[in-house]
Design a protein around this ligand. Structure first.
Ligand code: FES
Length: 100
């Protein structure tokens, strides 16, 4: 197995369903749209089944979940996770990432 494959393109899913929307998900999506990252697709998604912990952001193919994401935190998430490949520990969704 070689290691010279470029990492697969990432996709950011931002839940825009009712509960997450009430918690500010539209602004989170806008914040991602305002800071486009090459090879990263950002899309709205319907309910991810985690209502009440939103706004929920799911990053694929990493399967990393972020909860309670605020628009003001999006630049950090972009810089640290999408550009540097490091999870933003304090924003991880405890339910799926209990150890951070
Ligand atoms: S509304 Fe966002 S997870 Fe259900």
């Amino acid at each position: 197995m070689t290691n010279d494959q470029p990492s697969s393109p990432k996709c950011v899913r931002v839940c825009q369903n009712r509960t997450c929307k009430k918690q500010g998900a539209a602004k989170v999506l806008e914040a991602f749209a305002a800071l486009p990252v090459p090879d990263v697709t950002v899309s709205a998604t319907s309910c991810l089944g985690q209502c009440g912990n939103g706004p929920i952001v799911l990053i694929l193919p990493d399967m990393v979940w972020y909860s309670g994401v605020q628009a003001s935190e999006v630049p950090l998430l972009i810089k640290q996770h999408l550009l540097s490949g490091k999870r933003v520990k304090q924003m991880l969704y405890y339910r799926f990432h209990p150890q951070g």
